[in-house]
Write a protein that binds this ligand. Structure first.
Ligand SMILES: [Zn+2]
Ligand SMILES: [Zn+2]
Length: 279
C-alpha cells in the first residue's frame, strides 16, 4: 500500500469495496488500474468521484473508463463524473467502454436530466465540447482495446440477465483481472489464467446467498477459491460485500477470506477502500 506515482509499472487501487446499499465504510464499486502512470477507472459506483480524489487521483487525468454492467451500484456516479470532467477540463476526452445501453443512460442522466444546468453554463460562455463522452459499446467478448502496451479483454458471464462484462488487463508483463458481479462460470478460469492479481466479487457466504432471491447471481468464498485455484492466480482481492448490510458480524469479510484460504493457497486480501497494490 503506497501513494500514486508508482515505481512499478502497474498499480491497482480499490476505490470502493462495497455494493448496492449504503455502507459508511465502503463506497460503491470503483477501481483504478494505473499502467505506466496512466489511470483507468473501472466502474463508477456510489461515491466513486470522491473516492478517486481521496485515492490521490484527479478527475481530469482519467480519460478512459470501463463499465462492467448497468446495475445502478456500478454507474450511479457516472453522470456526475461526466459532468465534472466537462466542467473541469476544457479538453475533456473521456472515453467510456461499456456494455450496450450506456448511450441511452447518459442521454437521459446527463443531457436530459441536466438540460437546464447545461443551458445555463452554455449561456455563460462554456463550450459544449467534451460534454458528450465518447461511448464505445462492447457487445461481444474478446479483445476490446490494444493501446499503450496494454491489451484489454472481456468475458461475458451471467449476472441477473444483464449484458455483463469481466475485464482482463495484460500490460507490462502483468495480468490483472477485475470481475464484474457474476455467477460462477466455467469460462472464468481460463480468462483469469495465471493472473498476477484477481479482483473478485464475493457478495456473501453460500448460506446467506442461498436465502436471497438474487443470491444465484453472485460469487461466494467457495466459488472464489475454486476459481482462484483452477486459474492458478497469484493473489486475490475480495470486494462487493453485500452481506455486510445484512449481518451483525463485523468481521464477516475476514471470515469469508478465511474460507477462501481453506482451499486456495495463495494470498487473499480483504478489500478496503483505498487499498493499493503495485505489481
Ligand atoms: Zn453490484
Ligand atoms: Zn450487479
Amino acid at each position: 500500500v503506497s501513494e500514486p506515482g508508482a515505481e512499478k509499472p502497474v498499480a491497482f487501487t480499490l476505490v470502493g469495496s462495497g455494493a448496492v446499499r449504503v455502507n459508511p465504510r465502503r463506497g460503491g464499486p470503483a477501481q483504478i488500474l494505473e499502467i505506466d502512470g496512466r489511470p483507468i477507472l473501472i466502474d463508477c459506483g456510489r461515491g466513486a468521484v470522491d473516492g478517486v480524489v481521496q485515492c490521490g487521483y484527479e478527475i481530469e487525468e482519467i480519460d478512459r473508463m470501463f463499465v462492467t454492467h448497468l446495475h445502478f451500484d456500478h454507474v450511479c456516479d457516472l453522470p456526475y463524473f461526466a459532468l465534472l470532467a466537462w466542467n473541469n477540463n476544457p479538453h475533456n476526452e473521456l472515453c467510456v467502454h461499456v456494455p450496450t445501453g450506456l448511450e441511452h443512460f447518459l442521454h437521459h442522466a446527463v443531457r436530459e436530466a441536466y438540460k437546464d444546468d447545461i443551458a445555463s453554463r452554455l449561456g455563460h460562455g462554456k463550450s459544449a465540447d467534451g460534454l458528450d463522452v465518447e461511448v464505445v459499446e462492447i457487445g461481444a467478448p474478446g479483445v476490446v482495446l490494444e493501446q499503450d502496451n496494454c491489451t484489454v479483454s472481456t468475458l461475458v458471464t451471467p449476472h441477473a440477465a444483464m449484458l455483463n462484462l469481466n475485464y482482463r488487463f495484460d500490460a507490462c508483463a502483468r495480468r490483472v483481472v477485475v470481475t464484474s458481479d457474476t455467477q460462477p462460470h466455467p469460462d472464468l478460469a481460463a480468462f483469469c489464467k495465471d493472473a498476477d492479481l484477481l479482483v473478485c466479487e464475493c457478495s456473501g457466504t453460500a448460506e446467506f446467498l442461498s436465502g436471497q432471491p438474487w443470491g444465484g447471481w453472485h460469487m461466494n468464498p467457495q466459488t472464489v477459491a475454486q476459481l482462484a485455484c483452477e486459474a492458478n492466480v497469484k493473489r486475490v482481492v475480495l470486494k462487493h460485500f453485500v452481506i455486510e448490510n445484512f449481518t451483525d458480524a463485523p468481521d464477516i469479510a475476514d471470515q469469508m477470506a478465511q474460507a477462501v484460504r481453506q482451499t486456495y493457497p495463495g494470498e487473499v486480501i480483504v478489500g478496503v477502500d483505498g487499498l493499493r497494490i503495485e505489481l
